[in-house]
Write a protein that binds this ligand. Structure first.
Ligand SMILES: [Zn+2]
Ligand SMILES: [Zn+2]
Length: 309
C-alpha cells in the first residue's frame, strides 16, 4: 500500500530544503488584476470602483512588464550592497522610467476620471528629474500629503521597474537581511504575508514585497518586526466563513504592539497580499480600535485611505 507523507514529515527530513526567496511570478500583475476583478465583483461598497481601477492598472503593468522585458535596462551586478535592488536602479534607468510613465498613461487614458486626467497632466509636465525624485520617494514610502494624488501612478511605475529587476536577479544575490520583515531584494517593509496552502511548503509563512513582488521565507514563530517569539496572537473576523475575510488574518505581537496581515492560501487560494489587503480593511479597523499598530504599507493606500483618483 502506498502511504502519503505529511508536509510536517517531509519538512522534518534532513534533506528538505525550504527555498528562502521566491522570485516574482512572470505574470504577477495579470494574476493580481484577476484577483482584483474577483474582489470587485464580491464587493458592494464604495470601494468597488477603486478595485476595478486597480485591476485596469495591473493589466497595464503586465503589458509594460512584457513590452520592456528586452529594453536596455541597467541592472545591478552582484556586488556587496546590503540588498541588490537599491534606489540607484531608478537613477540608472532615468530614460526608461520616463517612457514607462508615458506608456502607462497611454494605456489607461480611456478609463481615467476627470480628477485622474488632471493629475496625469501634471505628472507628464514634470521634468524627468522631478519624476525620478517622486519614484525615489514612493520607493522609500515618503510621499507626503502634497504628492498624494501621484501615489497610485508613481507606485505603479516603480513596481514595474523593481519587478523586472527582481525577475532578472540570481538567487545567489539574495540574502536574508538582519531584520526579517524587510525585502531581501529591495529593502521594502513587507506589505503582508501568505501561509502556503498545499504541497511540501504547506503551512510555511512567506513575507511579500509590495514593490518588487518577491516573497521570502520567515519562521512563523517569530514577530516579523521585533523578532519576539512569546505570546504571538492571530486575529481574524470569526464570522467570516467565505470570501476575502475568511483567508485574511493579522499576526499581532504583544511586545511591539504591531500587526502584519497575512493570507491563508488554503482558504483563499488566489489571495494576493496587495489586492486582498484592500478588500479586507474591516479587519484593520477592528485592530486599530483595539490599539494595534499596522506595519507594512500598501502602495495603493494613502494612510489607510483610498487616494484621490
Ligand atoms: Zn522587494
Ligand atoms: Zn513584535
Amino acid at each position: 500500500m502506498k502511504t502519503q507523507a505529511t508536509a510536517e514529515a517531509i519538512q522534518a527530513q534532513e534533506f528538505f530544503h525550504i527555498p528562502f526567496w521566491q522570485q516574482p511570478q512572470a505574470d504577477i500583475f495579470s494574476q493580481r488584476a484577476l484577483r482584483l476583478s474577483e474582489l470587485a465583483a464580491e464587493d458592494s461598497s464604495d470601494w468597488q470602483p477603486y478595485l476595478q481601477l486597480l485591476a485596469a492598472i495591473c493589466h497595464a503593468q503586465q503589458t509594460l512588464l512584457k513590452r520592456y522585458a528586452q529594453a536596455a535596462w541597467v541592472l545591478p551586478s552582484a556586488d556587496t550592497a546590503e540588498f541588490p535592488l537599491t534606489p540607484a536602479l531608478l537613477t540608472a534607468n532615468h530614460d526608461l522610467t520616463g517612457r514607462l510613465f508615458t506608456d502607462l498613461h497611454a494605456l489607461l487614458q480611456p478609463q481615467l476620471t476627470p480628477t485622474a486626467t488632471q493629475v496625469w497632466k501634471e505628472i507628464l509636465q514634470l521634468g524627468s528629474e522631478e519624476r525620478s525624485q517622486l519614484c525615489q520617494q514612493a520607493l522609500n514610502q515618503q510621499l507626503g500629503v502634497a504628492q498624494q494624488d501621484y501615489q497610485i501612478w508613481v507606485n505603479a511605475v516603480v513596481q514595474i521597474i523593481y519587478t523586472h529587476a527582481a525577475l532578472n536577479l540570481a538567487a545567489t544575490a539574495v540574502k536574508p537581511l538582519p531584520e526579517p520583515g524587510f525585502c531581501p531584494c529591495c529593502g521594502t517593509d513587507a506589505v503582508g504575508a501568505v501561509i502556503i496552502g498545499h504541497g511540501e511548503l504547506e503551512g510555511l509563512r512567506y513575507l511579500c514585497c509590495g514593490v518588487c513582488n518577491s516573497r521570502w521565507h520567515s519562521v512563523r514563530a517569530r514577530c516579523s518586526f521585533c523578532d519576539n517569539s512569546r505570546d504571538l496572537g492571530v486575529h481574524r473576523i470569526e464570522q467570516a466563513s467565505d470570501g476575502v475575510l475568511s483567508g485574511a488574518e493579522a499576526e499581532c505581537c504583544p511586545s511591539c504592539h504591531a500587526y502584519r496581515k497575512r493570507y491563508r492560501l488554503a482558504k483563499q487560494q488566489y489571495a494576493d497580499p496587495i489586492a486582498d489587503d484592500l478588500a479586507s480593511l474591516s479587519l484593520d479597523i477592528l485592530l486599530n480600535e483595539d490599539g494595534w499598530h499596522r506595519g507594512g504599507a500598501n502602495p495603493f493606500l494613502f494612510m489607510g485611505k483610498v487616494p484621490r483618483h
